[in-house]
Design a protein around this ligand. Sequence first.
Ligand code: S3P
Length: 177
Amino acid sequence: MSAADSGARTVILVGFMGAGKSSVGLALSRKLDWPFEDLDERIEAQEHLSIEQIFQQSGEAAFRQIEHAALRSLIRDLGVSPKVVAVGGGAFVQANNAALLEEVGFPAVFLDAPVEELFRRCQEQQLKRPLRRNLKEFHRLYEARRPCYLKAALRIETSGKDVEKVAAEAIRSLGLR
Ligand code: S3P
């Protein structure tokens, strides 16, 4: 019986910038044979703008509204088939998004790592992240958000592990196989 047949629900990957939500999400999707979706990519496709451009042109508050609407539409589009979904670092921290995910009952998996490592990973990926300014500010935001991330069904420490190992740990801990 596949994980989908066993009634497993869509899995949501949450955590700070640089946590590896997209790369672990892809590994998880391959292992489970479920489709993968990145909420930020849905937003960019829908708005025809990069996340950075949305922040620049409309500000964070507008981005959060777009993000919430996109999460609603993603959930609406799911149908009966489960997916692996990665959401941006601020999404799970917004009370309306956390409430929506709780309502639908999808388990959230918090991917964690030491904050200096998260900062370094972002630098290595060279992706533009409007909320990654300097290490001090990054650290402050991480600490402020951590209590929200810890409300996830599962926390996985990713430091020193490759994405395959993290994905396997998520599958085992969520009882998806
Ligand atoms: C954000 C994280 C980003 C993106 C946006 C805001 C945040 O996603 O959604 O820049 O508030 O932490 P990643 O976590 O994938 O970098």
